[in-house]
Design a binder for this molecule. Structure first.
Ligand code: CA
Length: 389
């Protein structure tokens, strides 16, 4: 009995380890554009050094600062404070990408709820752009309303995700699929919605697609409530499905290598039977979709056979394809062609010569010797004597 329990525990441990490994592999399928825990800035300053911009100063720039009185990790966070309904406090960090799937994480803490009008947001985090006349367009922004609700959306009548309380950190995560204009959202790592339609405060989503996103922004909008942000991460999400195609798959000189399903914006290394080989272009990088195209020259032109080409990206994702080296013109084609061509050349020259001299067509001993000489050279490469007409 004890032995069976012991074996069961070992089996359970193996299963859990495998599951952990799978989750770990899955978690690596993202590229971080930037992350910030606000620890490297001086207290009382705005994090300009980290690339953050202060779009609007709310109650005053002296309130839009790093603080060490409240933090999610380990000692500092960013405080924002607006000025009633007159002026919001906005911190924004630009990032330029055409990546199809982008996401963000941020921890949010609101000092008070139930202050002022309840149906408007005191905290707002999301992908956005600065529009003319001091407006900010947000795509699927996550909103903390003054009535204690966490909502989402770029327009009014937002769907409610859950309630929240004051003076508590909430971890918000959102991943947006821009080609389909959908997103999924989590609060404290619990899913609150999948494949929801992206809406935007810019207006109709078709006229204002999420590919217009230029920044990630944090703000304190209404009711003048201190809001704290910490541990920001903005990233790209991708799925690995590496494939390699060669065009052509056989030949002698060169081939085009077409890869897909690799890590986006990642450096690709091509090997030929294990030997790293030059590529055109160089360096070779995948695009935002994880695709690439390159031209390579065949390394072993002298030895016919099958060779393994392997492409590996910066995180170790790899795919292989086989290239077969064959002479462009096999000997069984070259030799008869050579004989026929030589014979035809002799005949032609003979005709020209005899035609010029007497108008008669025929052979002589000299041309026959030349033909035999050329045939001997073709069949016996070491035979290097010149063949004379
Ligand atoms: Ca921190």
């Amino acid at each position: 009995m004890k032995k069976s329990v012991f074996l069961f525990l070992i089996f359970l441990s193996i299963v859990l380890l495998c599951r952990a490994s799978i989750l770990e592999v899955h978690a690596t399928n993202e590229t971080v554009f930037f992350e910030d825990d606000f620890e490297k800035y001086d207290v009382g300053t705005f994090p300009y050094d980290g690339g953050w911009e202060l779009w609007f100063a709310g109650r005053g720039s002296e309130y839009q600062v790093i603080v060490d009185s409240v933090s999610n990790s380990p000692t500092r966070s960013l405080q924002l404070l607006g000025h009633h309904d007159y002026s919001a406090a906005y911190a924004a960090k630009p990032f330029a990408t055409e990546a199809p799937r982008i996401g963000f994480e941020v921890n949010v803490r609101v000092e008070e709820i139930g202050v002022g009008i309840g149906e408007i947001d005191v905290a707002r985090a999301g992908f956005s752009e600065l529009a003319p006349r001091g407006r900010v367009h947000v795509w699927a922004g996550v909103l903390f309303l003054s009535n204690g609700s966490i909502c989402i959306g770029g327009a009014r009548n937002w769907p409610v995700l859950q309630s929240y309380v004051a003076d508590r950190w909430y971890k918000v995560k959102l991943i947006m699929d821009r080609p389909s204009e959908t997103y999924s959202v989590w609060i404290d790592d619990v899913s609150k919605g999948e494949n929801l339609d992206v809406t935007t405060s810019a207006g109709d989503i078709k006229a204002n697609p999420s590919f217009e996103i230029k920044v990630f922004s944090l703000s304190q909008n209404y009711n003048s409530v201190r809001v704290y942000y910490d541990d920001v991460k903005v990233f790209q999400v991708f799925e690995l499905n590496p494939r390699l195609e060669l065009i052509p798959t056989t030949g002698l000189a060169a081939t085009t290598v077409v890869g897909s399903g690799f890590a986006p914006n990642s450096r690709i290394t091509i090997t030929w039977n294990g030997t790293t080989m030059p590529t055109v272009p160089s360096p070779l990088l995948t695009n935002v979709y994880g695709n690439f195209t390159a031209i390579i020259s065949v390394l072993d032109q002298a030895t016919a056979g099958a060779y393994i080409l392997k492409a590996v990206d910066g995180i170790g994702t790899e795919a292989t394809a086989t290239f077969t080296v064959i002479p462009e013109f096999p000997i069984w084609i070259i030799l008869p062609s050579f004989i026929i061509a030589t014979f035809s050349l002799i005949v032609l020259k003979k005709r020209q010569r005899t035609g010029r001299q007497s108008g008669r067509i025929g052979y002589d001993a000299t041309s026959s010797d030349f033909f035999q000489c050329m045939l001997a050279r073709a069949l016996d490469p070491p035979h290097r004597k010149p063949c004379l007409m």
